[in-house]
Design a binder for this molecule. Structure first.
Ligand code: UDP
Ligand code: MG
Length: 346
């Protein structure tokens, strides 16, 4: 096969299998009923499916609940990560396990309405799209500060990379070839929405209203969001680094002008003590250097993390259908040899 040419598993048909990848974190109170709601929509619409549920190291009863689901339903595979790695890593684990002809990524709290799934599958099947993405027609109930921060964050991404993620969501259906292309992306720091936008392919957007969370509360604290935003911007664009260069050039011209003025004053014998100018210059130059160094530091940290090449996540338990497929402990290292580079199972 020619490198980087991706093709689907088979011809698209009504019998094609849909893998639903659902990251789950602290959703024990409702996860079983939520999966029931999604499953009903799939069964009513005759969609062949499997569920890949990834417990992202929850501390409540989530694992017990999704374990029961896998034990009682042969179409459910439940994975447990060894700790909380974050939604993006949990998604990665699910995408690597899913083997359907199409893969749908959605949240566990029913904020991504399952009623839209048949329409998404239809767009793939009948209209031939490779990616069908859910677009938020409204952002649902959110605090105004959160909305403002989200707007600012998407504005920066849009201005620096020309990709508008403002209404994008993680509710996405992707063809097998898109998943294979995704798996080729080796970076450790993942920003799912941005990276899938980078992949391209034939895309269709379907808008949906973000429903209210069925139960529990959002896992994104302010600091989580700031971390995600910094990670997303630095994974996605190097524009901040170029800004430093531009800033440097502007300051250089400023310095030339000031030097000319200073020399003129000196030669004309009008030179005053100039104390204010010196202080101002020190402050401006000092802070610009600090900001620039900080920015370079952020990128260096990222490079450091990538160079360490640690796995994106670790799986501690895996239950597929009715049988426990967790590899036995003696063959851990043997087993790992055959696993994709990003996956490590214990
Ligand atoms: N989630 C996860 N790991 C985390 C945080 C969240 O797997 O560390 C999952 C969560 O269970 C849900 C989805 O990611 O299925 C979206 O999370 P949440 O509803 O808290 O985010 P929001 O909808 O408020 O953006
Ligand atoms: Mg949610």
């Amino acid at each position: 096969m020619v490198a980087n040419v991706y093709s689907s598993n088979q011809n698209r048909s009504a019998a094609s299998k849909l893998s639903l990848v659902i990251p789950v974190y602290q959703e024990g109170s409702h996860i079983r009923s939520s999966i029931g709601v999604i499953e009903k929509v799939l069964i009513d619409n005759n969609i062949t499916h499997e569920f890949i549920l990834i417990d992202d190291g929850s501390k409540d009863n989530t694992w017990d609940e999704i374990k029961k689901l896998a034990e009682n339903n042969q179409y459910v595979t439940s994975l447990r990560l060894s700790r909380n790695f974050g939604k993006e890593s949990a998604l990665c684990a699910g995408l690597e396990y899913a083997d359907g002809d199409i893969v749908l990524v959605m949240d566990a709290d029913l904020q991504h309405p399952p009623q839209v799934i048949p329409e998404m599958v239809k767009a793939w099947l009948e209209e031939g799209y490779d990616v069908v993405e859910g677009i938020k027609s409204s952002r649902g109930k959110e605090k105004s500060l959160y909305k403002l921060c989200a707007k600012f964050f998407y504005y920066i991404i849009y201005k620096t990379s020309d990709i508008n993620l403002g209404k994008a969501s993680d509710f996405k259906l992707m063809d097998r070839k898109v998943i294979e292309a995704w798996k080729e992306m080796p970076e450790r720091a993942i920003f799912f929405r941005g990276m899938t936008a980078w992949l391209g392919f034939d895309r269709k957007q379907i808008s949906f209203d973000v429903a209210e969370r069925v139960n529990g509360k959002t896992k994104w604290s302010f600091f989580h969001l700031v971390r995600l935003a910094m990670n997303a911007i630095t994974s996605y664009t190097s524009v901040p680094l170029h800004c430093i260069t531009v800033l440097g050039i502007i300051m250089f011209f400023g310095a030339i002008l000031l030097s000319i003025q200073t020399l003129y004053m000196k030669l004309a014998g009008k030179a005053t003590s100039g104390f204010t100018t010196v202080i101002l210059l020190q402050l401006i130059i000092g802070s610009s250097i600090m900001i620039s160094l900080g920015m370079i530091g952020i990128y260096l940290t990222k490079i450091y993390k990538e160079v360490k090449s640690r796995p994106r996540y670790l799986i501690s338990k895996c239950i597929k259908g009715r049988g426990n497929l967790s590899p036995n402990r003696d063959s851990i290292f043997e087993g790992n040899k055959n696993l994709p580079q990003n996956r490590t199972t214990f």
